[in-house]
Design a binder for this molecule. Structure first.
Ligand code: G3P
Length: 217
């Protein structure tokens, strides 16, 4: 499973990237707003921090506008992945962009049928939003499972990028189902490292080590 970080905070990306665990980055207009920086400037900086795909989202809602914005975003770096919404125009843009050799992430997916259309439109990634389905009382993870089955039924190459993941439990479930990618906020990625028994065990080892009076190196 690949890990992407879902943020436009370059300090977080730099720190987490140093672990070697970050395979890419996803951004969206809300995350750019949160970063408080110019989209082209911050996206260029992010692209320089990771080798993998960096999703940058168009904000136009019509096909021509999306294609215009995609051309501008594509100029930023070679590892830009154009993010388009799962709409009629968005999927039309997805097909045109992937036919032109661009990587495309189709976002705001909330149903298996939408994911099927995105795969048929040649999407590189489909982003089903788990947490937002949970928010309205549905079982978001069921969507990941349904998409996995459908894509495997037909051998679609589109990668399932589980998004709107809010907890470490979400990450585990997505991995068990076989999502190709989990995009997670920095805090969730950090939380994946943690276990109380790791902390307790380390404290005990260090206390015993101190009693030996030894040092290594
Ligand atoms: O990757 C999509 C993500 O940014 C949405 O997450 O928590 O705002 O639903 P959330």
């Amino acid at each position: 499973m690949k890990f992407f970080v879902d943020t436009a905070d370059v300090n977080e990306i730099r720190e987490l990237g140093a672990t070697g665990l970050v395979d890419g980055v996803t951004t969206n207009p809300s995350l750019i707003m949160k970063a408080g920086r110019d989209i082209k400037e911050v996206t260029a900086e992010i692209c320089g921090l990771v080798d993998g795909p960096v999703s940058a989202e168009v904000t136009a809602t019509d096909y021509d506008g999306m294609m215009r914005e995609a051309a501008v975003l594509s100029e930023i770096a070679d590892n830009i992945c154009i993010k388009v919404p799962l709409t009629f125009d968005g999927l039309k843009a997805c097909r045109a962009l992937t036919d032109g050799g661009r990587a495309v992430n189709v976002t705001l997916c909330f149903s298996a049928n939408q994911a099927l259309l995105a795969a048929k439109a040649g999407a590189t990634f489909i982003s089903p939003f788990v947490g937002r389905l949970d928010d309205i009382g549905l079982e978001g993870m069921e969507l990941i499972s349904e998409i996995r089955t459908i894509y495997d039924n037909y051998g679609f190459a589109t990668e399932i990028l589980a998004a709107s993941l809010r907890t470490v439990g979400h990450v585990k479930q997505a991995a068990l189902i076989g999502a190709d990618v989990a995009t997670v906020p920095p805090a969730v990625l950090r939380a994946l490292f943690k276990h109380p028994l790791t902390d307790k065990g380390l404290d005990a080892f260090l206390a015993d080590w101190a009693k030996t009076g030894q040092s290594i190196g």
